[in-house]
Write a protein that binds this ligand. Structure first.
Ligand code: PMP
Length: 351
């Protein structure tokens, strides 16, 4: 007899990472193309040599470094095994069976998954016609069962950024009992005036999520963080899996913060490349929403899957989203050129 697992899991799609093959140009996961700095590699090697010891479950040194970096007290910060695990922990600390979690759609694919796995109900609020958050509709979707709202700024996969004034208006409209998670995974690429760390001051229901996976280039190491009211941070600690942020991740993140200036300077060239790629796509006749992140989005509708498949054939892996669109991560200039050669080809234009 097949062992029994929860019947409702059948309704949750399994996460399928993008296909990879040797030699492919991978523009599918919003990673950076440059590897860790020498100082970060050294910290990683040193941590590996102590791998016989458990990591610090309180992430004390990392949280102190983050507190200095953000200008926020240590009791307002939690670390996680990537910010995706903090998304999951936030649902766990706010929701019980049948409670509701609101987010825009499309947005980060993990939101519906972590919501449903926790037994909560996802409430998807469609993006506006220009692929941004419809904050009025999201505020109007709040019910007595709403416990958590994810706002992804800039939005993955469409790239749009909200302004400070838009977010302030939204936060004023949402009842204080509802936790609002400002997911700023791509914050470092954004030129929006919205900074979650400023927005959470005086608003105990706001939590900011950030990650070392994107601008800091540590996607393979897995570390992210949350900043918010100490009551939420304490609750996150209760559902956190012990030792989930390993010693290598903690050491790499601390070394990356020490080298923040050098690492963040890299984002300038990504932003310049993003603008170049977008301009070239616009010139070729594509509709390309403005992006404040390290990717661009092509709303290709039913052509999205075939476009992604043809691009993979041409050696460039992208991320198609059903019948909605295709997300293209900004790579190095050569990688972007290979993609643009495909995207502007007669074959791609005829898909
Ligand atoms: N939030 C958003 C919006 C993302 O796009 C991602 C990564 N794709 C994450 C969170 C999670 O990043 P990580 O778990 O690598 O920190």
């Amino acid at each position: 007899m097949t062992p029994r697992t929860r019947a409702d899991l059948d309704t949750i799609p399994a996460y399928v990472p993008g296909k990879n093959f040797p030699g492919a140009i991978k523009l599918a996961s919003n990673e950076t193309t440059l590897g860790p700095l020498p100082s970060v590699r050294d910290a990683i090697a040193k941590a590996v040599s102590n791998a016989n010891r458990y990591p610090d479950n309180g992430h004390v040194a990392l949280i102190q470094a983050l507190a200095g970096h953000l200008g926020v007290p240590t009791e307002n910060i939690a670390a996680g095994n990537g910010s995706v695990s903090l998304c999951q922990e936030l649902v766990q600390v706010t929701c019980q069976d049948g409670d509701e979690v609101i987010f825009a759609w499309r947005s980060f694919e993990a939101y519906p998954v972590v919501t449903q796995v926790a037994g909560a109900v996802p409430v998807r609020v469609p993006l506006t016609a220009d692929f941004g958050h419809d904050l009025d509709a999201m505020a109007a979707a709040v019910t007595d069962r709403t416990r958590l709202i994810f706002v992804c700024n800039p939005n993955n996969p469409t790239g749009n950024a909200l302004t400070k004034a838009e977010l302030e208006r939204f936060l004023d409209a949402v009842p204080d009992r509802v936790v609002v998670a400002l997911d700023e995974a791509y914050f470092e690429y954004s030129s929006s005036d919205a900074d979650g760390i400023e927005l959470l001051r005086g608003r105990p229901n706001v939590v900011v999520l950030r990650t070392f996976s994107k601008a800091y280039g540590l996607a393979g190491i897995r570390v992210g963080y949350a900043a918010g009211d100490p009551s939420i941070i304490t609750a996150l600690g209760k559902v956190h899996i012990a030792f989930a942020v390993n010693a290598v991740a903690q050491a790499a993140a601390i070394a990356s913060l020490a080298a923040a200036d050098e690492l963040l300077a890299r984002t300038d060239s990504v932003v310049a490349e993003r603008n170049r790629v977008r301009d070239a796509l616009l010139a070729a006749g594509y509709d390309v929403p403005e992006s404040a992140a390290n990717f661009v989005y092509l709303p290709l509708g039913t052509a999205s899957g075939p476009f992604g498949a043809a691009s993979a054939e041409a050696g460039v892996l992208l991320r198609p989203y059903g019948d909605d669109g295709v997300r293209i991560t900004i790579g190095d200039p050569h990688e972007n050129d290979v993609f643009l050669t495909f995207a502007t080809s007669a074959e791609a234009r005829s898909i």
